[in-house]
Ligand binder design. Structure first.
Ligand code: BES
Ligand code: MN
Ligand code: ZN
Length: 489
C-alpha cells in the first residue's frame, strides 16, 4: 500500500472513491458542506433518505454525484467533540471495506485541516488488507487497497499529513510482519526460522545489524537457564540480537527484549490439550520486536535500539527440565524449576543479563508470559510492570495515545517472598496468587542494573475464536514510545 497527502479542491479530485466524514451537526462538517454545494445538494438529499448518515457504523455509498470522484462514501463519525483515534480508525476501516467491496483499489480521504488521526487511518487501512494465506494452497483473490491519499484543505498541513501517513505506514508494516511471524505454525516458525528472518531483515540495511548466538556460544556465556528449556527440544535455541543504529554513536540504546518461544507445550508440566495450538503464539513478544525494528529502519528513526530475542521451544522429552531441577542462570543466581511451564522467565532472565552489555538507557521486555494476565486485564490492555516510574508513565502514555493500551500492576518487594525456594536462590513460580506480578518479580531480580519495564501481552497479542490470529500488538505502543524518545512526534 502506498500513502500520500495532497492539497486540492475536493470536487476536482480524480479518485476511485472519496471518503467524506459526516458529523452529527446541522452542517455535517466542512467537507460534507463543500461537496454538497458542488453537487447541488446531492449529499443533503441523501442525508434525508439515510437517517443515520452521520452516526458511527453508518457508511453510505453514493455513486451518481456530479464531481470528479467516481464514488463518494459518506462515513458517519458521530459528534465531532467526541471523536477520538479509535472511533476515527473504526469509521475509516468500515469505509475502506465498503470502498473495496465496490471495487476501488485507490481511495482518498477528506481530512480538512486535521492531521491528528492520519496515523490511525493508515493502520486501519492496512489491517483491512491483511490476509494470512501463506499456508493455503489457494491464495486470496481479494484485491488489496493499493493507494491511500489524504486530502487536506490547507496547503500548509500537507507536510505534517505526509509525515503522519509515513509513520502510520511504517507502524502498519511492522504490525503486518509481527502478525505473519505470529500466525506461522510452530513447525515452520522455529528458533532457526526466526534467526534467519532476523538476518534477512538486516540484509542490505546499513543501520541494522543482526548477530545470532548458537547454543555453544550461549553455553560459554553461562546461560544455563535458557539452555535448560531448549534441552527438551530437537530445535536448537537461538539468541537473536538486532542492533539498529540511527542515533549518535555515543547515545545509549533502548533495548527491546522479546520472548521467542516458538511453541510452548509446557514441557514435563504439560499443558492440557484443548487450545494448545495457540501456544504457537508464544513468540509474539519476539514478533513485536521484529516489527518495531523494521519500523525504525523504515522511518530512519534518529535513535539507537537493540532487539534481543531468546528463542526456543518448550516440549516434553527424556532430556527436558523436570520439576525440582535446579539450574544456574548467566547472572550466577540459581533457580529451582517447580513448574516447567513457567519457561518464559527462564529464557528471558538470561537474555536480560546479556542485555547489560549494551549499557541500555532503558530495557523493555515484551512477553506472552502469564495466563493470569488474561484473567486480570482480558484482551484490552497489556500488563505493565516496571522498576522505574518515569519509564512506566511514558509507556502508559504511549499506549493511551496509540490506542494500544497498557495498565500498570505493582511489583512491590512484599511479593518477592512468594518466589522463596528451600533449595535454590529462587523458585520459578510464585504460587496461585498474583501470577503476573510474581512472574515480573522473578524478572526484576535480573534487571537491577538498568531502568526496566515488562509488558505482559498474553491477552493482547492474538485473538481467539473465528477471527483467530495475531494482532500485531504492541507494535503501535512500542513505536509511539520510540518516536517520542527520538523526538519525531
Ligand atoms: N506462554 C505461557 C503463558 C500463556 C498462557 C500465554 C496462556 C497466553 C495464554 C507461559 O509460558 C505459561 O505457561 N505460564 C504459566 C505460568 C505458571 C506455570 C506459573 C501460566 O500462565 O499458566
Ligand atoms: Mn509455559
Ligand atoms: Zn510460554
Amino acid at each position: 500500500m502506498q500513502v500520500s497527502a495532497t492539497f486540492l479542491a475536493l470536487d476536482t479530485l480524480k479518485t476511485q472513491c472519496l471518503i467524506i466524514p459526516a458529523f452529527s451537526s446541522s452542517s455535517k462538517g466542512d467537507a460534507f458542506k463543500h461537496i454538497d454545494q458542488k453537487s447541488k445538494g446531492a449529499l443533503s438529499k441523501a442525508a434525508k433518505k439515510i437517517k443515520n448518515i452521520a452516526e458511527p457504523n453508518t457508511c453510505s455509498l453514493l455513486t451518481d454525484i456530479n464531481i470528479s470522484a467516481q464514488r463518494v462514501l459518506v462515513v458517519g463519525l458521530g459528534k465531532a467533540s467526541d471523536l477520538n483515534a479509535k472511533k476515527y480508525a473504526a469509521g475509516i476501516a468500515n469505509a475502506i471495506k465498503a470502498a473495496k467491496a465496490a471495487g476501488a483499489t485507490e481511495v482518498s480521504i477528506a481530512c480538512g485541516e486535521d492531521v491528528s488521526f492520519i496515523k490511525e487511518a493508515v493502520i486501519s487501512a492496512s489491517e483491512t488488507n491483511y490476509v494470512f494465506d501463506d499456508c493455503k494452497s489457494t491464495k486470496s483473490l481479494a484485491k488489496p487497497l493499493a493507494k491511500l491519499r489524504f486530502v487536506m484543505s490547507e496547503r500548509k498541513n500537507v507536510k505534517a499529513a505526509t509525515k503522519a501517513a509515513d509513520q502510520g505506514l511504517a507502524i502498519a508494516n511492522g504490525m503486518t510482519l509481527a502478525k505473519t511471524l505470529g500466525n506461522l505454525p510452530g513447525n515452520i516458525c522455529t528458533p532457526t526460522y526466526l534467526a534467519d528472518a532476523a538476518s534477512d531483515l538486516a540484509r542490505g540495511k546499513r543501520k541494522l545489524k543482526t548477530t545470532i548466538l548458537n547454543e555453544a556460544q550461549m553455553k560459554k556465556l553461562g546461560m544455563g537457564s535458557l539452555l535448560s528449556v531448549s534441552r527438551g527440544s530437537r530445535q536448537p535455541a537461538k539468541l537473536i540480537v538486532m542492533e539498529y543504529k540511527g542515533g549518535k554513536a555515543s547515545q545509549k540504546p533502548i533495548a527491546l527484549v522479546g520472548k521467542g518461544l516458538t511453541f510452548d507445550a509446557g514441557g514435563i508440566s504439560i499443558k492440557p490439550g484443548a487450545g494448545m495450538d495457540e501456544m504457537k503464539y508464544d513468540m509474539c513478544g519476539a514478533a513485536s520486536v521484529f516489527g518495531a525494528m523494521q519500523a525504525c529502519v523504515e522511518l530512519e528513526l534518529p535513535i539507537n535500539v537493540v532487539g534481543v530475542i531468546p528463542s526456543s521451544e518448550n516440549l516434553p522429552d527424556g532430556d527436558a527440565n523436570k520439576p525440582g531441577d535446579i539450574v544456574t542462570s548467566m547472572s550466577g543466581q540459581t533457580i529451582e524449576i517447580l513448574n516447567t511451564d513457567a519457561e518464559g522467565r527462564l529464557i528471558l532472565c538470561d537474555a536480560l543479563t546479556y542485555t547489560e552489555r549494551f549499557e541500555p538507557a532503558a530495557v523493555i521486555d515484551i512477553a506472552t508470559l502469564t495466563g493470569a494476565c488474561i484473567v486480570a486485564l482480558g484482551d484490552q490492555a497489556s500488563g505493565l510492570m516496571a522498576n522505574d516510574d518515569k519509564l512506566a508513565d511514558e509507556l502508559l502514555e504511549a499506549g493511551q495515545s496509540s490506542g494500544d493500551r497498557a495498565w500498570r500492576l505493582p511489583i512491590w518487594d512484599e511479593y518477592q517472598s512468594q518466589l522463596d525456594s528451600n533449595f535454590a536462590d529462587m523458585a520459578n513460580i510464585g504460587g496461585p496468587k498474583a501470577g503476573s506480578i510474581t512472574a515480573a518479580c522473578f524478572l526484576a531480580r535480573y534487571t537491577k542494573k538498568f531502568k526496566w519495564a515488562h509488558l505482559d501481552i498474553a491477552g493482547t497479542a492474538w485473538k481467539q475464536g473465528a477471527a483467530k490470529g495475531a494482532t500485531g500488538r504492541p507494535v503501535p505502543l512500542l513505536m509511539e514510545f520510540l518516536m517520542k524518545r527520538a523526538r519525531v512526534i
